[in-house]
Design a protein around this ligand. Structure first.
Ligand code: DGJ
Length: 750
């Protein structure tokens, strides 16, 4: 007989959450035979983090602990399901499962939802077996009666404590099934008060950091656009409130407090559901976006989800982002574990737009070389019948009117100026006014007989099709084989519409959401295999495709088409919560700025861009001799400290958010021998002085020499002092007025 233990009031339940003492509160017993693996525990340690889950008495895999590192000998209580709440919420809902399938009575967000051929939609996963290699687990689960198997993968990075989780769903039934929802992972945080941080935006305004209390119910952040999207980024951070109060405003500390964070490695439609359950715990479910999802699995077929990375820091959001930056550098980027600092580039887009030709590009290249630029990149306009954005995409042959002898003469010129050469491409797109479209109108995403919505006069090639995938790889390979090209700026200037795939049967069409992205990754991987020296930028009309999936194949990203140096301060601030400054390309462009007419000095523009990987995108034909001299000096200074800026530990000293008048960041090299500080004013009020900069992360006892690169510290600041002095006494900058900028470096003395 079914037994139940009803508790009136949630407080008691909350107290028992994650606790073995629940054993005496056994709620239900579904079958007589004991499920496999009951009592088994799985523990992963890495960095300052421990992660534990186990098999409960019902056979479910249950989340037990994610947080600060526990001592090796600490015994963790066995998993035990949570009791029902009255008659409305049975244990299948109250128990935090590691990967909850939609079945039984599950009312919280499921990780997995399947429809079987006979109409059954009930799926209940129980533990079967597991394999371990020490820092990783593969845990096999199976439905209680049907032949659906799910393998949960866990791999802990022992240095950073970042856990990589994903799932493989396998159909061993005799008939096909349709997977309607498949998360990569579900993360559980113990009951507490939390603040959620997440990034949103739009074209020209990406990387806004939002912070809000996590309250009852669900918060969804997602993309339904077939791509990562400008509107939200697949990253989250959750800070525990440490104010010791049970009410009042929440705080998310920059350098203190516990933070859990996660990032999904997927460049297609995605969804995170952040849910505060009735028991006050917080669950984050993330993976493929279930909207319009339906992945048919024939007997014997499998669906593998993307990887959802999760980590923990006890040093606030700053600590969390430093862990993530290092992890990206060491484990995600194509050149990991030791990516080279990015070459300083010149890009001609804002100077010439589509009007590229040999003479114009060569003139710009000469000027760029005189500044100490490492790489010259020719942007849009060099191919097909491309005069503007109305034609040419898809026709990847060199435009003979603009480049009568092909690209070689320009490339040779660029090489003779001691720079390498980069080129813009937009491989997944097609203009209806192109030879390719006239030949293959069926190659685009579309529903037969329905209108095809154009954006920027272009349609999306259906990369899920093997012939399209091969065409894209073919022309890119030819381009790189025939020309000495060091770098591709890979653009992607619209989102999907009418996402039909009419070459396959109706019940297979929705696979486009998965196969398209996999094929993009495949093309990128093949290209890198065939041309191991190639470097690639992920650009999507700015920051529309930045995620840990594309970053496995691309060396840098274009965060935004908005290059206004002031707007960039807060965008770069938001960006670095999730991504390392190494990949954050930042160009110096014209003043007044085309977007808002704002006037800024060259120094302000240079320093704003020097916070990331530097580029120059202005029309050099309009520069004065003084501009050239200033930029040359600053580029030389940047080259000297670039590795510290882009690969060091980042501290946000003064935030540009919330209408701040000031902003400042500091980076420290991993061996603490060097530090670089940037400071900016905005619209200062009432003559306020620049805030005291108490530096961070230095070696307290070592002596550091301060060198000003731009601007100055107030009179009386020592030239050299201990780390303790710079961190406790701090630096007062002599920085007054609107739109002023300063930069200095500290070098450890021997
Ligand atoms: C959008 C990119 O973000 C720009 O930098 C530029 O490459 C244009 N596309 C070219 O069409």
């Amino acid at each position: 007989m079914k037994t139940s233990f009803v508790i009136h009031g949630l407080t008691a339940l909350v107290r028992f959450f994650f606790s073995a003492s629940l054993i005496f509160l056994v709620a239900t017993s579904a079958s007589n035979a004991a499920p496999a693996g009951v009592g088994q525990m799985f523990r992963l340690d890495g960095g300052d983090t421990t992660y534990i889950f186990g098999v409960n008495e019902r056979g479910e895999l249950q989340a037990l602990y994610w947080g600060g590192k526990l001592a090796p000998g600490d015994k963790f209580p066995e998993a035990h399901s949570l009791p029902e709440i009255a008659s409305f919420d049975p244990p299948s809902t109250t128990t935090p499962q590691e990967y909850a399938a939609w079945g039984s009575a599950l009312y919280t967000e499921p990780a997995l939802k399947i429809t079987f051929a006979d109409g059954n939609r009930d799926l209940v996963l129980h533990y079967v077996s597991s394999k371990s290699t020490g820092s990783s687990y593969e845990v096999l689960m199976k439905d209680i009666s049907r032949e659906i198997y799910v393998t949960l993968r866990y791999a802990m990075d022992t240095e950073s404590g970042i856990l990589a989780r994903s799932a493989v769903i396998e159909n061993r039934e005799k008939d096909a099934v349709v997977v309607e929802q498949a998360a990569a992972a579900q993360w559980t945080l113990a009951p507490s008060r939390y603040t959620l941080s997440y990034l949103t935006g739009r074209w020209g305004a990406e990387w806004t950091l939002n912070q809000e209390p996590i309250q009852g119910g669900s918060r969804v952040i997602e993309s339904r656009r077939g791509t990562t999207g400008h509107q939200a980024n697949p990253w989250f951070a959750i800070s525990r409130d440490d104010s010791q109060k049970s009410n009042g405003p929440l705080s998310a500390g920059e350098e203190h407090g516990e933070v859990w964070f996660g990032a999904l490695a997927w460049s297609g439609s995605w969804r995170f559901t952040i849910e505060k359950t009735q028991l006050e715990s917080v669950r984050v479910t993330g993976g493929f976006n279930p909207f319009d999802f339906g992945y048919k699995l024939k007997p014997g077929e499998k669906l593998e989800t993307p990887i959802f990375y999760g980590g923990y820091s006890n040093h606030g959001l700053g600590g969390a982002s430093r862990i993530l930056h290092k992890f990206e550098l060491q484990h995600i980027l194509p050149q990991s574990p030791n990516p080279k600092p990015r070459p300083v580039i010149y890009n001609s887009w804002e100077a010439t737009e589509f009007n590229v030709d040999v003479a114009g590009q060569e003139a710009l290249a000469e000027k760029a070389a005189s500044l100490g630029i490492d790489r010259f990149v020719m942007d849009d306009g060099w191919f097909g019948q491309r005069k503007d954005d109305r034609a040419g995409l898809g026709d990847w042959y060199v435009n003979k009117e603009k480049f009568p002898n092909g690209l070689k003469p320009l490339i040779e010129k660029v090489h003779s100026l001691k720079m390498d050469f980069g080129l813009w491409v937009e491989p997944e797109m097609i203009n209806p006014d192109s030879d390719l479209y006239r030949k293959h109108p069926d190659w685009v995403l579309n529903f037969s007989g329905r209108p095809r919505t154009e954006s920027r006069n272009q349609l999306v090639l259906n990369l899920a099709r093997p012939d399209v995938r091969d065409y894209v790889l073919g022309f890119l390979n030819k381009l790189l084989t025939e020309n000495d090209i060091a770098f591709l700026k890979w653009d992607y200037n619209r989102n999907w519409s009418e996402p039909g795939w009419d070459a396959v049967t109706a019940d297979e069409q929705k696979k486009v959401y998965v196969e398209f992205i996999r094929n993009v990754y495949w093309v990128l991987a093949e290209l890198r295999k065939k041309h191991p020296k190639i470097e690639i930028e992920s650009c999507s009309g700015g920051g529309g495709r930045v995620d840990l999936g594309i970053l496995r194949y691309t060396d840098e990203v274009w965060p935004s088409d908005n290059t206004d140096p002031f707007d960039r301060l807060s965008m770069q601030d938001g960006f670095t919560y999730a991504y390392t400054p190494q990949i954050m390309m930042a160009w110096v462009t014209a003043s007044p700025h085309w977007l808002n007419g704002r006037n800024t000095t060259l120094a302000y523009r240079m320093l704003s861009s020097m916070q990331g990987s530097l580029g120059i995108g202005d029309n050099l034909n309009k520069w004065s001799a003084e501009d050239f001299a200033n930029a040359k000096r600053l580029i030389a200074a940047y080259h000297e400290v670039q590795k510290t800026i882009t690969q060091g530990d980042l501290y946000r000293l003064v935030s540009p958010r919330d209408d701040s008048e000031f902003s400042s960041t500091q980076t420290v090299s991993p061996d603490k021998s060097q530090s670089v500080v940037f400071a900016f004013t905005v619209a200062t009020k009432q003559g306020r002085l620049f805030p005291l900069l108490q530096l961070q992360g230095l070696d307290p006892t070592a002596k550091y020499k301060l060198t000003a690169i731009e601007g100055k510290a107030i009179k009386g600041t020592p030239e050299s002092a201990s780390g303790d002095w710079w961190m406790h006494h701090g630096v007062n900058l002599d920085l007054k007025g609107d739109y002023q900028a300063a930069m200095f470096r500290l070098d450890r003395e021997h």
